[in-house]
Design a protein around this ligand. Structure first.
Ligand code: SAM
Length: 214
């Protein structure tokens, strides 16, 4: 059973950002996310989206560019400072404030304070798979509560490997289905498609909250 405190986890992630050990920070929104939004109708004005474990905010800003009010959450203050710098640099050129908007909140994603937010979309690239096992059910409940009916959840995870240490634990086979059972339905599961993000086995999931799971 894991025993890291929230402070230890935060220190771990702050250290990664401080030391520039962030291979996931590719500078481009993943093709899977871009393709999803290319196919979607323009979101209704004032629609919310969440970027869960947003890191330096690249994808939060991508979502704001789609016309969404995008909320990026992260435990790491170091990451969020970089996100704010990124927003400022981009905001000067692209008036993100005119249609969408990106805001950043420091918080623990296993305690998402967003009941009934009614988000149309939530994104997690590489956060859930790093959470200690015992925090994952609360995380899943938080995602479920923050989405509106019909809202999508886009999730990128590593498969679990026996050598995983803190910060990269991966997901057991079938774990996503278990965690979201009676919460969200899995629409698609694609294996190892995003080789730009990791050289290890990984998956993209697209899930949706239906009226079956209010
Ligand atoms: C692999 S990074 C991915 C960052 C971002 N999604 C991206 O694609 O650039 C995982 C992120 O999850 C954050 N994180 C890990 N555990 C967290 C928690 N319990 N609450 C909030 N954020 C967390 C880390 O600080 C880190 O920024």
């Amino acid at each position: 059973m894991h025993s890291e405190s929230q402070e230890e986890l935060r220190a771990h992630w702050d250290g990664r950002y401080r030391g520039g050990q962030t291979p996931w920070d590719t500078g481009i929104a993943p093709p899977e996310v871009q393709a999803f939004w290319k196919e979607q109708p323009k979101p209704a004005r004032g629609s919310f989206a969440l970027d869960i474990g947003c890191g330096t905010g690249l994808n939060t800003l991508f979502l704001a560019r789609q016309g969404l009010y995008a909320i990026g959450f992260d435990l790491s203050g170091q990451a969020l400072q970089l996100a704010l710098q990124r927003r400022e640099a981009i905001g000067r050129d692209e008036q993100l404030v005119t249609e969408g908007k990106a805001i950043f909140v420091q918080g623990d994603v296993s305690r998402l304070p967003l009941d009934s937010l009614g988000a149309v979309y939530a994104l997690d690239i590489g956060c859930l798979h790093s959470l200690p096992d015992e925090l994952r059910p609360a995380y899943a409940e938080g995602v479920h509560k923050s989405l509106k009916e019909g809202g999508h959840f886009h999730l990128y995870v590593f498969d679990r490997s026996s050598s995983d240490g803190p910060g990269a634990r991966g997901m057991r086979d079938g774990e996503v289905a278990e965690l979201f059972y009676n919460r969200l339905e899995i629409l698609t599961e694609e294996i190892g498609v995003s080789s730009t993000l990791a050289s290890r086995p990984s998956r993209w999931f697209l899930l949706r909250k239906t009226s079956q799971f209010p």
